[in-house]
Design a protein. Structure first.
Length: 328
């Protein structure tokens, strides 16, 4: 096995010079750099990255915890976070928990064993205290979920406020029988949305209808099935906060099948401002979720902490924005 000692001997320079060349250190003369690179090429030398990582006590690898990569929002979020990690020189490993507490805890074990430099947590059914106990002060940053920020860093959208605004918009249009969709009502983010939905009704002196709260609705197929249930039975519901643009697209397709006119007979507001919201007829009114801003900020924050930044946990909250199109 070729070592840096062999490269140093054959190139006629010191071991420290070889090390500086391998680590792209600026303080190496052009002549010596060329000597070392020539020997490296001749010997087809590949640095032992595992040993290097062990010496540096960093893997340069970030774990991203998601419940389901097939979920439209989480696939979009993972893509954005992975891009930002790549920009900062980190590799990413995506772990799907399928909303299993056991699988989630197994990933935290990898973090404690230093197999990962840090974890970006996008969703959890564990409490903040349980997560903190599992991670034992190793680097974890939560995004998407509205945790308190008392135990670890949190970057999240103000889901309660933007859902309040979207619901209020429909109520101000004269709709009084509005539905609400969630993908998993037990998560902090979905609970925040539900609070905003209920608060908008309370502020307007209108009772929300519990029969119009729909859980486990996240895909186009779910939207089509829900639409079939709503439109075939001619329920009195007048509009819906769909929870995602994919659900909204499914509802619009189902409305077409059942001869329900949107927005004349039924109004729809999606969530996430996914490109699919532009592909339906009519186009979906939606909510911008600030994924790009959140991804950049949280990855930069993680990089700073890995480089020695010491501070108490931070919580950064982003304001969403309603984008009005044709579906209401």
């Amino acid at each position: 096995m070729v070592t840096i000692y062999d490269i140093a001997r054959l190139s006629g320079v010191s071991k420290s010079t070889v090390s500086r060349v391998l680590n792209n250190h600026p303080y190496v003369s052009t002549e010596n750099r060329m000597k070392v690179e020539k020997v490296i090429e001749e010997l087809n030398y590949v640095p032992n990255s595992i040993a290097k990582q062990f010496r540096q006590k960093q893997t340069k690898c970030i774990g991203i915890l998601v419940p389901d990569i097939n979920h439209p929002y989480f696939s979009q979020l993972v893509g954005s976070i992975s891009s930002e990690c790549n920009r900062r020189g980190f590799k990413t490993v995506v772990h799907q928990t399928f909303s299993s507490k056991k699988l989630e805890r197994e990933v935290y074990t990898q973090l404690r064993n230093r197999e990962l430099d840090g974890i970006i947590l996008t969703s959890s059914l564990l409490s903040e205290e349980e997560i903190a106990e599992c991670t034992q002060k190793n680097l974890l940053v939560a995004c998407n979920e509205d945790f308190s920020g008392n135990y670890f860093d949190v970057f999240c959208l103000n889901e309660e406020n933007v859902t309040f605004e979207a619901t209020t918009y429909l109520l101000n249009k004269g709709l009084t029988k509005i539905g609400f969709c969630s993908d998993n009502i037990d998560t902090p983010s979905q609970q925040a949305r539900l609070r905003g939905f209920i608060l908008a009704h309370d502020k307007n002196g209108i009772n929300h209808t519990k029969d119009y709260l729909f859980n486990q609705i996240s895909t186009i197929e779910n939207g089509i099935t829900l639409g079939k249930r709503l439109f075939r039975n001619r329920l009195e519901i007048e509009g819906i906060i769909a929870g995602s643009d994919f659900v909204a697209a499914g509802l619009i397709k189902s409305a077409e099948i059942h001869d329900i006119k949107i927005p004349q007979d039924f109004s729809v507001i999606g969530f996430d401002n996914h490109p699919i919201s532009l592909a339906t007829t009519p186009q979906v009114s939606t909510i911008c979720n600030r994924i790009k801003d959140m991804s950049k900020d949280l990855v930069d924050h993680m990089a700073n902490k890995m480089n020695g930044l010491k501070q108490i946990p931070v919580k950064k909250i982003y304001n969403g924005k309603i984008i009005i199109r044709e579906s209401n």
